[in-house]
Write a protein that binds this ligand. Sequence first.
Ligand SMILES: CSC[C@H]1O[C@H](OP(=O)(O)O)[C@H](O)[C@@H]1O
Ligand code: ADE
Length: 333
Amino acid sequence: MLSDAHGNRRRSLIPHFLPNSHHPPTSQMATDKVLVGVIGGSGLYNLDNLTFIKHVNPETPWGFPSSPIAISSLPSGALVAFVARHGVGHTISPSTIPARANIAALKSLGVSTILAFSAVGSLREEIAPGDFILPSQLIDRTKGVRPTSFFDDTGVVAHAGFGDPYSNGLGRWLEGAVKEALENEGRGTKLWTEKTLVVMEGPQFSTRAESLMYRMWGGDLIGMTALPEAKLAREAEISFALIATATDYDAWRPHEAGVTAAEVGAILKQNADTSRHVAAHVIERLLGAAQADSTSTLLTEEKGCMQFALMAPPLSVKNAALAYVLPEYFSAP
Ligand SMILES: CSC[C@H]1O[C@H](OP(=O)(O)O)[C@H](O)[C@@H]1O
Ligand SMILES: Nc1ncnc2[nH]cnc12
């Protein structure tokens, strides 16, 4: 019996196989290993508090990422890869974000852990605009127009475990590190944990009836981009956490007209400044913690999780797209 990163004890469906380190060469693939990737959401279009090194723009089997990926270095010299989810000029709507290309491109650079930032509406009075949240659960209200799997059209069937959509160990560790970052920034920003994020299709905001219904379902936050990103990171065996930043109270409050993009926009700059500070602080600490303890799984929590998901022995399948994103299991024809 084996257990996966979420502690589920399961019998593997497939025979034991050797890891396959083959990765398809591409002229645009960077050679430097970057262990941590950041996905920036609305308002967060760069990490210009870090030292910029270069842009890379890998063409993946799912096309190019939302933006060229900025590689920057932290004060320790460690590298970070940053992609702007909506493009640097915010030109890509939630429904058309090339999420597969974003995740696959980060994986091709060597990224094993992603911190994703997202602007969200609050469905709870106590979670105020400006607050930061580490959500632990998701409710999917997207409409099926977004590709949600790397396995589409590959002839390989995989059912990834998604009971805990964010990496548990990473999430628990982040609680202390994000709190510390917010405290040393000194703005008094609050951090919430264990919250449920509803992911809607958009791009229009919710009706008041929908907003009230999400509260009844147990939703605490609402956004438009957390899926399929988290599902794709799981399929790519990348540890993944979402750092959400509240921008508004959505439409449920009886005495208010409902959210507008202008209202969200008014707080995006403050949230983005704090997010940059949080990213730098947390990633430096994360890499330090992983380096200091050779048994740490902080950066590798999801490694191996797909071996429980595949319905056929992967070495029997040759597939260029799967070889790109899961070279651990698949090779190119
Ligand atoms: C500008 S308000 C709506 C927009 O903001 C959020 O984006 P992200 O999650 O990338 O920060 C939300 O999901 C919508 O896409
Ligand atoms: N109220 C809201 N609904 C959906 N996505 C959002 N992103 C920020 N605020 C939002």
